[in-house]
Design a protein around this ligand. Structure first.
Ligand SMILES: C[S@@+](CC[C@H](N)C(=O)[O-])C[C@H]1O[C@@H](n2cnc3c(N)ncnc32)[C@H](O)[C@@H]1O
Length: 229
């Protein structure tokens, strides 16, 4: 059953209910459902685990809100900015259309209808820097729903995301497949002292085995300026 559907400049977005399962469809393509949301949660946990003081967090892609909720479960987090391209999804979350996406916005969390690429580049609010940036906006570089997201998986976009991090900050990118090109791009976007890592996440769905992956960049701590005399 379709709970809601709405057109956006980037295609139609729809929420569907199949028994207990909630499904998000973006521009006619399956984006995600609630059958197995473990890797959406691990995305949050990886970023938070790697960051010594995750006070400000940016989540790119509200989806069904599992990454955002996992971030909010960490008491060290003071505020989370969740940036979502599909404005209707933000509205449905605020209006309480389905329990799974309701009640995310609050004193510690703001929802922003915007393109996360614009936010990371400072072309629209909210302003950075962030201690943790978590990106789950598309399937990964090999299988994009929105071709306009390609730059987020390329050196230029990853470099912009790195620049939006506070020193010691962590960027983690979710991918529905192991993506050597993303790992290479993240290495090329890194600066001396940064750490780049890949974690492969095996998932079984409907009896089929998949390998999702997370790509992280931990920004080097800022060195104190050298005294000269
Ligand atoms: C797979 S879902 C995210 C799932 C989310 N991690 C969760 O836990 O439910 C991807 C979301 O990113 C949004 N999106 C796609 N491109 C975007 C962009 N450039 N900026 C912000 N959000 C984007 C989609 O509309 C969709 O809601």
């Amino acid at each position: 059953m379709t709970l809601a559907r709405a057109g956006t400049p980037h295609g139609e977005v729809a929420l569907r209910r199949r028994g207990d399962v909630l499904e998000l469809v973006v521009d006619g393509a399956f984006a995600m459902d609630t059958v197995d949301t473990s890797t959406e949660v691990v995305l949050a946990e990886e970023g938070l685990r790697r960051c010594p003081a995750p006070t400000r967090v940016l989540v790119g892609g509200l989806g069904l809100g599992f990454t955002a909720r996992a971030v909010l479960a960490d008491d060290r987090v003071g505020h989370v900015d969740v940036v979502e391209l599909a404005e209707p999804l933000v509205r449905w979350s605020r209006d309480g259309l389905a329990p799974e996406i309701t009640g995310i916005e609050g004193p510690r969390c703001s929802l922003h209808p915007a393109d996360v690429a614009d936010v990371l580049a400072g072309r629209s609010g909210p302003p950075g820097p962030w201690d943790v940036v978590l990106l789950d906006v598309d399937n990964g570089p090999g299988f994009l729903v929105h071709p306009s997201n390609a730059s987020l998986y390329a050196v230029s976009g990853l470099g912009t995301a790195r620049a939006a991090l506070a020193p010691d900050g962590v960027l983690v990118v979710w991918s529905s497949h192991v993506a050597p090109s993303l790992r290479r791009a993240l290495r090329d976007a890194a600066r001396p002292g940064d750490r780049v890592e890949e974690s492969v996440l095996p998932v079984v769905r409907d009896g089929r085995a998949f390998e999702y992956a997370l790509y992280s960049l931990t920004r080097a701590p800022e060195r104190p300026a050298r005294m000269s005399r």
